[in-house]
Design a protein around this ligand. Sequence first.
Ligand code: HSE
Length: 405
Amino acid sequence: MIQMAVLGFGTVGGGVVELIDRNQEVIRKTVPQGIHVKYILDLRDFPDSPYNDRVTHDYQDILDDEEITVICETMGGKEPAYTFTKKALERGISVCTSNKELVAAHGPELLQVAKANNCSYLFEASVGGGIPLIRPINACLTQEDITEVFGILNGTTNYILTRMEKNGLSFEEALKEAQQKGYAERNPEADVEGHDACRKIAILSSLISGKTVRYEDIPCEGISRITTADFGYARAMKMAIKLLGVSRKSQDGSLSVRTAPFLVREDHPLHSVQGVFNGVFVHGNMVDDLMFYGRGAGKFPTASAVVSDVMECAKNIGRNISFNWSDEIMTLSDKAEDSYRYFVRVDDSEAAVAAYTFKAANKVSFEGAPDGETAFVTANMTEKEFAEIAKSFKTIKQCIRLLQD
Ligand code: HSE
C-alpha cells in the first residue's frame, strides 16, 4: 500500500479521503498496491466522521512515519502550508496540493526542493479545479511555443455572475449560495476581487514562459463593481460579463497579463461557460487553439485533480517529476500599452462629448436602462489613451473591456 497523509480536512481534504475510499478499486488498476490515507492533520476533531481515528494534531507524527511517501496539502494559505510542504519535500515525501496561493508565491522554490530530494511537488488542483490543465501543459504541450492562455479561472465569480444574470439573484444571495456549495475561499474577497483568478493566471503564465510571473505584478480587478444594469447592457449587445485571466506573449517575448471582467461575444465559446464551470483557452504555435472545460471548484472535482497527482507520485516514487519553471522573474509588458475597446456608462450631461472623444461607434440601450445615463463602446485604444481621455469626465460610472479575438 502507498501510505499517505492529508493536511487539512476541509472541503477538498475531505473529498480526497472519501474519493480514495470510494474509488479504491479503480485506483488499483493503475496503482496496483493501492493507496491508503494513514493520517489526517487538522486542528479540529471530527467525532461524527468515520475517519476520526486517523486524525492527528501533530505534524511530527506524519514526518516521523517512514511509511509515508505522499502528502496532500489541502490546507490553503501560505502558513503553515509552506513550512509543512518544505519539511515533507526535504524528507523525500512528495506533496500534491490544491493551494494556489502557495504555488503562486513559492512554486519554483518548492519545485527545486522536490528535485533536490528526488520527490515531486504537483499542483494540478491549483488551477481549474477538476480540469486536467497543468499536466497537459507540462506533459503534452512541451513541444509547443504557447503564445496565449486565457479564460474563466474562478468558479465562485462565474457562479455569481451566472446566477445574477440568468436568475436575477442579488450579488449577496449568489455569493451565499457559492459558499454553501463549497466553492468560495474562506475569505471570499479573494474570489470577488479577482486575487484567486490572478494567482491562477500567474501560475499558468509561469508555466508557459518557464520563468516566474509574480501575481503582484499583474493588474487585477474583480467583479464587485458589476451591477444589474451592466447585465442589461451586455444582453443588449449579445455579450456576457466574465471574469477572465488573460496572458499573451508579445512579439518581443514579453508577456501581457491581466485579470479583469470582460465582455465576451455570444459566438465565443467562453460565453456559454456558466455556473461553477471554468473554461481555459491555450494557443500553441503548432497545435493552434485548445480549450479546457470543467468544474472549476467543489469538493469532488478538486479532490479528483489532487488524487490524480497522488497517483502520479505513487507511480514515480524516488523520482522527480520536473517542471519548466525557474525562479527568474519574468518581465511583463507595459500594461498601459495594452489596447481594448471599452464599454462605458456616463451621465447624459457628459455623454455627447464623451462619445465623441472616445470615438464611440454606437450607443447601447435596453428596456429598463437607468434614466439619465448613456452607454457606448469606444474605439480601440490603449489603456494609457483611455485613462487620459477618462480624466476629463467626472461621471463615468462603468468601464468594462471587450475581449478581442
Ligand atoms: N474559490 C475557488 C474558485 C476555488 O471559486 O474557483 C477553486 O480554486
